[in-house]
Design a protein around this ligand. Sequence first.
Ligand SMILES: C[S@@+](CC[C@H](N)C(=O)[O-])C[C@H]1O[C@@H](n2cnc3c(N)ncnc32)[C@H](O)[C@@H]1O
Length: 262
Amino acid sequence: MGQASFPEMYERWLVGPLFRPWAEVTFEEVKLSPGHRVLDVACGTGIVARVAREQLGAAGYVVGIDINAEMLAVARTVAPDIDWRVGNAGALPLRDGEQFDVVVCQQGLQFFPDKPAAAAQMRRALARGGRLAVATWRPDEEIPFFRDLRRVAERLLGPIVDLRHSFGNAALIEALLRDAGFHDVRSRTISRRIRFEDGAPLLRLNTMALVGMSAAGKAMADHERKRVVEDVVSGSAPVLQSYADGSGVAFELSSNLVTANG
Ligand SMILES: C[S@@+](CC[C@H](N)C(=O)[O-])C[C@H]1O[C@@H](n2cnc3c(N)ncnc32)[C@H](O)[C@@H]1O
């Protein structure tokens, strides 16, 4: 993977198999119509905004906001015509009176330190009669592939709280949105079989994330952390093998999709 930055690796290896399918599912649930204005909160490299733009065409009004300028730099390279803005979900950088018909937050809410503030901001951003869609992964105990990989890492690093799967309880998301003033809040669990042509980059990126989230990994010097990543990657080979699918790897993945009206 050479000297690519994390956002470049995210876009290159993860977005197609892991994130695009859910953006498509979201817009099957929350249908876009010509003229709709769409806001992608915690857009990362921008897959939700890009799928919205594909559906709305060049005239579509699409904005993507993320706290990480490096993720947005990749988004800008892939889709220079979308309005990408650096900003915190807890204080969205919107223009005076700017509102959207559809607001989506895909796999971002679990990372926000102040979730009520983010919910209030998404409510503010949604036009009257608009639709909100929030997606968060289910707990990894329900996703054997990620649970098994975490257990390998935990053998070397001790218990790991995986932030990515830390807000999988749909009832909590529903309550958060109702408290923020959203109506008709509904959630469902969606499962998909995900397939990677090559499991190696996924394993490496997932291991880097797990090591980075562990208390032991956080306390390590860079060279030590890199060595542990190599050890966890090697120790995970049997797990990867058990999900082999031809030359690639395939597994079931589940996400909450919570929708609401403004
Ligand atoms: C797993 S990525 C998901 C990105 C994108 N929505 C997708 O589906 O590919 C999570 C994103 O949340 C962003 N993020 C985390 N905390 C944030 C915050 N407080 N405000 C805005 N974005 C945030 C990160 O920078 C990262 O790009």
